[in-house]
Ligand binder design. Structure first.
Ligand SMILES: Cc1ncc(COP(=O)(O)O)c(C=O)c1O
Length: 508
């Protein structure tokens, strides 16, 4: 025998209306928000219009108009001779919250439930459009790659003939089952293969069921921003760091707090200053942009922090395939025993960014909500490309390509190291580079940084100022933010050598 759900009587407490704005519209919004977030459960009997008007000191007409709108949109129904009831609605929002909040203390449900009236308490300047305007993301450099573009791998080595054959194979005779709507979490075979790859290469014990395919790492980070925090929450990010991640949190309403990075990675002791923070974004394998690898002690300290705070860690392993010396440390996701880490990966640094393919490895209890979040935003990623990537991996091309790319990046790094200009005023030596696709070089002060960048640009060489990677309100003196960031993998060795020759002349 099925149990009848408990239906509480209607309670008007908390419905506060502003006498200077349209009252029926406000009442309609307040009731609708309560239906959607479950405060008014299906089957609740609403008061008669005259009674509700009395309770809220409104004209009966205002209540009738609000009810009419709710009827028209299907939130309430009338039963002849018996009154007005909340309709039985599909359980979208409650699924998201019950799947996560029962004893698991994520605030996902609270954020999804927040009604527009509640959000207005953040004031105009924190409206999404305003936040977007204040977090303008400059587009990455466009055009063909040149030395020393950051963030792009060796395009010249990608096996386009293989890719084209796999694409043609998929489209020649597509399976009709793959032409309708797909799984919001991604194509099952691709998820299987990614999970197997991460088990083998990163020591993670993940399953396909924990993988959600995204449109690159950036969408994975944005999804985390939308689903793991509420507007007004503090979010810890590395400073200097990957600005586009901080901006995704800021646009979602987060108060972004920079945490210093030293030669062991994020300084976890500084997290104690952030009392309101339950979310941290880090790049432990190869800190962006300083290149530091987070020590094991710091990894454990960060995990312990997340556990204490009942919080989350986003681990962005954007270039983890590139390691040239020393054994890689286990990712946070492999050390995590309490389901606190969301691991982000991308194919952008092994294949190419334009592919827009990445993935999240999620604690099991978040998978359903993230799939729902994706389904609502984009339904799912394009199926053809996912299937082609699955074949690319299954047939061994991916592993072969990783080996080729690692060898090439190492060789290009060596050319940069060998030809790096010596004795240039205010410019540091080339440090050891044991991972990744870029390197940070010290510069004495900000004025010198600008001069070096400008004179490199004048001879057609791209070098990036480190000062651009800091949050504006850092407490670090301006001159201590200076440096150069160079990507060394984008172009072949001869072009690197040529660019170095031009730099030596320009910086003499
Ligand atoms: C640290 C970091 N994370 C993520 C990304 C973005 O990756 P994707 O192109 O997959 O969105 C980048 C790109 O440069 C990056 O540097």
């Amino acid at each position: 025998m099925s149990e009848r759900p408990l239906v509480l009587p209607f309670d008007p407490a908390g419905i506060v209306l502003d006498q200077h704005r349209g009252l029926s519209q406000q009442l309609y919004q307040a009731l609708r928000a309560r239906v959607l977030d479950g405060r008014l459960s299906s089957g609740t009997r609403l008061p008669a219009t005259r009674d509700l008007a009395g309770m809220l000191s409104l004209s009966r007409n205002s209540v009738v108009r609000a009810y009419d709108q709710l009827y028209a949109e299907g939130y309430i129904e009338s039963r002849v001779g018996d009154g007005t009831y909340v309709t039985q609605l599909p359980k979208l929002s409650t699924q998201l919250s019950t799947g996560l909040s029962h004893g698991l203390s994520t605030d996902l449900s609270t954020f999804l439930d927040k009604s527009t009236e509640d959000l207005s308490s953040f004031g105009r300047s924190s409206e999404p459009l305003e936040r977007l305007k204040n977090n303008y993301l400059p587009s990455p450099k466009v055009g063909p790659p040149r030395a020393f573009r950051v963030g792009v791998p060796a395009f010249d080595l990608f096996p386009f003939e293989v890719w084209a054959k796999l694409q043609a194979g998929f489209w020649r005779n597509p399976d009709p089952a793959q032409l309708g709507y797909g799984d919001p979490a991604g194509e099952p075979l691709l998820r299987e293969l990614i999970a197997a790859y991460l088990r083998r290469s990163r020591g993670m014990s993940c399953t396909a069921g924990q993988i959600v395919i995204t449109s690159g790492a950036q969408e994975a980070i944005s999804l985390c921003a939308q689903l793991l925090m509420q507007p007004g929450d503090e979010v810890a990010v590395e400073n200097p760091g990957y600005r586009a991640a901080g901006q995704a949190f800021a646009v979602a309403g987060g108060r972004v707090r920079g945490v210093p990075v030293d030669d062991e990675g994020l300084d976890c002791t500084r997290l104690a200053d952030l009392t309101d923070c339950r979310l941290a974004y880090v790049t432990p394998a190869h800190q962006y942009p300083t290149g530091v690898t987070m020590s094991l002690a710091r990894r454990l300290a960060l995990l312990a922090w997340a556990e204490r705070q009942d919080g989350w860690i986003i681990e962005d392993d954007y270039d983890g395939e590139y390691r040239y010396s020393g054994a890689p440390l286990a990712p946070l996701a492999a050390l995590d025993r309490h389901g606190r880490v969301l691991y982000v990966g991308t194919f952008g640094k092994i294949a190419f960014p334009a592919l827009r393919m990445g993935y999240l490895v999620l604690p099991q209890r978040l998978v359903e909500a993230f799939s729902q979040g994706r389904a609502l935003a984009v339904r799912h990623s394009e199926v053809g490309t996912q299937c082609v990537m699955a074949q690319f991996i299954a047939q061994g091309h991916f592993q072969r390509h990783i080996r080729r790319m690692r060898r090439a990046a190492l060789s290009r790094r060596n050319v940069l190291k060998a030809g790096w200009p010596q004795g240039v005023a205010g410019l540091g030596a080339m440090p050891q580079v044991s991972a990744g696709l870029h390197v940070k070089v010290a510069v004495d002060n900000l004025a010198r940084e600008s001069e070096l960048v400008a004179s490199a640009e004048a001879v057609g060489v791209e070098v990036n100022p480190l000062s651009r990677y800091w949050l504006e309100d850092s407490d670090v003196p301006m001159d201590n933010r200076a440096g150069l960031v160079l990507g060394f993998a984008a172009v072949p060795e001869a072009q690197i050598a040529d660019a170095l020759m031009r730099l030596r002349r320009a910086w003499r």
